[in-house]
Every structure is written in structure tokens, then in C-alpha cells.
Design a protein around this ligand. Structure first.
Ligand code: CA
Length: 261
């Protein structure tokens, strides 16, 4: 299908805050931060610290995120076809982390319901980072709230202490038809394609927004002390060719390469 890419949202955090974003975690400790500790470009990036939870599963899970609702990008009906690009830097766990434990982080969540309300009708397309016991590497996976589908493991390894361009292309399926497509590119190279799937099953609504940085909601898992950084986030709509949109822009060029590559 020919599509017309339209840049809906871009933030390199050079405003020094989250003013471009719809919302961000603001409860209890270890909040999302914009600072100059480790920028990919410019002077600022988004720093997310993960640490042992204070106050139970809510601050453990739902306090380490930033969210952009597609409605705030001028798409109140959400998006069915889009690209999410973001530079991601997984820092090596801190000295007080227990490297014998394993845990996971939700790197990005493309959410049906940006209020994050789990239900049988909600669906998500998640990119998940796994931190395995005694291994300084990450696996990536995608998953769905929709219980009809399992999480396929992508098995792309990331090293610590390096910037990666993670580019996800998502095409929701025609409701009830297995024609959905998910693609993941890392540093400009296509690493994983999942096609012919029902990303939204029979739902007729679109994805409502993107959440970055969320933490797992499992108190039985271990929380490893670590920092992760994000910078240069872009959301591109992929509108069908001939839809009549006038704000065509050139297809996204690969972002500036980080020095660490
Ligand atoms: Ca920046």
C-alpha cells in the first residue's frame, strides 16, 4: 500500500521539560526527568530511573512514563498506520543492582486506551526490554493485551551504554481480518517483521497514543536499579495515498547517528 508519511510529533527535549507531551508520571519518587546527563542530540534527553518501588505496584508500574496522545497530534480518531521513532540508551545497571535477578521494562507501548485501563477490548503493541539474569543484554518482544495472541520474541540483543534508533512501523489489521503488520528496525536495519496478524482483533477503533518508559506491573519480578534515556522521538502518520492530505512531507531520514555507534 502506498502511503504518505506525515510528521505529527517530534521532541528532542530541548525545551528542558515535557511540555510537548500529553502527560507523564508524577506520582511519588523516581519521576521522569529531562536533564543534560546523557543527551543523544542537543543538550537534553529524557532520563528515567528505575528503582525499588515505594508504595506498592502503582508507583512501581505506572510512574515511569511519558505519554503522547494521538488526539493531541491532531488525530482525534487515533492512528491505524504509523511509525514511531525514538533513540534509546539502556545504561548499565547501577552498582547496587542485583545482576542475578531478571526483570523487564516496557520500552514503548502503543496503546488503544491511553488511560491505561486494562480490559478485554483494549489492545496494545508493546516493545519490551528483558534484562536477563547475569546477562548484560536485552531482548525485545512485542505483545498485545488481546489474550488471543501470544508475545512473539524478537530476540534482538542490545548492548548497554549505547544509543539505538528504534523504529517501529505499525499497520493495524482490518477489523476481524489477519492483515496487520509490525516492523522493527534497529539503527536503520530491519530486524523483525510480523505480518498477517490481527493486532486489534475485531476492534474497529485505532491506537490512541504512545507511552514511553513504562515499567512492568509485577511485584513478583525484581526491580533492578538502572537508568534509561530517550531522545529525538518522532511520530509519523502513514496515510493512504490519495487520502487528500495536503501536508505531505519528505519521508523521514535516518536520525543523526550517535557518537557511540
Ligand atoms: Ca535532545
Amino acid at each position: 500500500m502506498k502511503t504518505i508519511p506525515t510528521l505529527l510529533f517530534a521532541d528532542g527535549f530541548e525545551s528542558g521539560d515535557f511540555s510537548k507531551w500529553s502527560s507523564h508520571g508524577a506520582y511519588a519518587d523516581h519521576l521522569p526527568a529531562v536533564n543534560g546527563v546523557n543527551p543523544h542530540s542537543g543538550s537534553y534527553s529524557y532520563e528515567q530511573e528505575y528503582y525499588l518501588p515505594v508504595g506498592g505496584p502503582y508507583p512501581q508500574d505506572q510512574n515511569r512514563f511519558i505519554i503522547e496522545n494521538f488526539a493531541d497530534c491532531g488525530r482525534p480518531a487515533g492512528l491505524a498506520d504509523f511509525i514511531l521513532k525514538a533513540y534509546h540508551y539502556p545504561k548499565h545497571p547501577e552498582a547496587d543492582a542485583d545482576a542475578t535477578k531478571s526483570t523487564q521494562r516496557k520500552l514503548t507501548r502503543c496503546m488503544h486506551d491511553t488511560a491505561q485501563a486494562p480490559s478485554a477490548t483494549n489492545f496494545e503493541v508493546e516493545l519490551i526490554g528483558w534484562q536477563l539474569a547475569n546477562q548484560y543484554g536485552l531482548d525485545l518482544a512485542i505483545g498485545y493485551y488481546n489474550p488471543a495472541f501470544q508475545m512473539p520474541y524478537i530476540s534482538v540483543q542490545l548492548a548497554y551504554n549505547a544509543w539505538y534508533l528504534l523504529e517501529q512501523e505499525i499497520h493495524l489489521n482490518t477489523p476481524g481480518v489477519g492483515d496487520g503488520v509490525y516492523k522493527l528496525s534497529v539503527n536503520g536495519t530491519l530486524r523483525y517483521t510480523l505480518s498477517g496478524v490481527q493486532l486489534r482483533n475485531t476492534q474497529t477503533t485505532n491506537l490512541g497514543g504512545v507511552c514511553i518508559g513504562d515499567q512492568v506491573n509485577k511485584t513478583t519480578d525484581y526491580t533492578v536499579h538502572e537508568f534509561r534515556y530517550w531522545d529525538d522521538v518522532q511520530i509519523w502518520a502513514l496515510d493512504p495515498h490519495g487520502s487528500g492530505r495536503q501536508n505531505w512531507r519528505r519521508f523521514p531520514t535516518p536520525g543523526r547517528k550517535a557518537q557511540a555507534w
